[in-house]
Design a protein around this ligand. Structure first.
Ligand code: HEM
Length: 209
């Protein structure tokens, strides 16, 4: 009979949780990158375009947001301040920098960690929206433009799930949906970027012995 370890302690350090989740997501993203490269592409590859750089930036923000989400979950920050759009009565609450040294607040201060996760979500929302409007104008009717619409829709839905998770004091079903959907968004953001680089070149003939 096991009477120690995880049988008793179901809590882990937020640092380890965040690094573990992010590394798992990096592995998943790498697999998705190769998998999408093996699939046939219908859209035109535009690897040097500014739109490709924007797709890379959005992918980075998704990964960062997943890291920040794990800090929120690891600190049980979703149980501490359950209001939206205000945190502790203000949009920018007091006490974000009470810990010394200052950078500790980014990882240890429950209020700051929740605030940063929320602000990065808003940033993603605004940039995904701007990206969609830009793509619909600059590359209308293309797969790239269609993907930008889907990506924005996903970020919108995910932000709604995040707010619902918070307001329900971390209802387990909503928390799992919020966590799981983050991985779906990540996979889609990889596919979106991969679309600008095109599929792997296919060999023209059969190799002879
Ligand atoms: C828009 C993009 C968002 C992404 C990609 C995202 C991603 C994540 C991820 C991956 C986690 C779970 C980490 C883990 O379980 O280890 C998480 C947790 C959480 N997120 Fe988000 N999030 C987003 C937006 C939001 C928003 C807008 C809010 C609320 C205003 C929010 C509130 C929360 C809360 C409360 C938790 C902790 C849930 C728990 O303790 O299990 N999220 N987020």
């Amino acid at each position: 009979m096991v009477s120690s370890g995880l049988a008793k302690r179901v809590d882990v350090s937020q640092y380890r949780l965040a690094v573990h989740l992010t590394v798992a997501c990096l592995i998943f993203a790498s697999i998705a990158w190769v998998w999408r490269g093996l699939a046939p592409h219908h859209g035109r590859a535009l690897p040097q375009s500014p739109q490709a750089k924007a797709a890379g930036g959005l992918l980075f923000l998704v990964l960062l947001q997943i890291y920040l989400g794990a800090l929120v979950a690891g600190l049980d920050a979703g149980l501490a301040f359950n209001t939206w759009p205000l945190i502790d009565g203000a949009f920018i609450p007091e006490g974000l920098g009470v810990m010394k040294p200052l950078w500790h607040n980014l990882f240890e201060n429950i209020k700051t960690v929740q605030f940063v996760h929320r602000m990065n979500a808003y940033l993603m929302f605004v940039l995904a929206l701007a990206n969609m409007v830009w793509l619909l104008r600059s590359l209308p009717g293309t797969t790239h433009a269609n993907r930008s619409v889907i990506l924005f829709g996903m970020v919108f839905l995910q932000a709604g799930l995040g707010v619902a998770t918070l307001l329900t004091h971390v209802d387990i079903g909503l928390a799992l949906a919020h966590q799981g959907f983050a991985v779906v968004i990540l996979g889609f953001a990889v596919a979106n970027l991969r679309g600008y680089f095109g599929e792997y070149p296919r060999s023209a003939g059969v190799a002879r012995a």
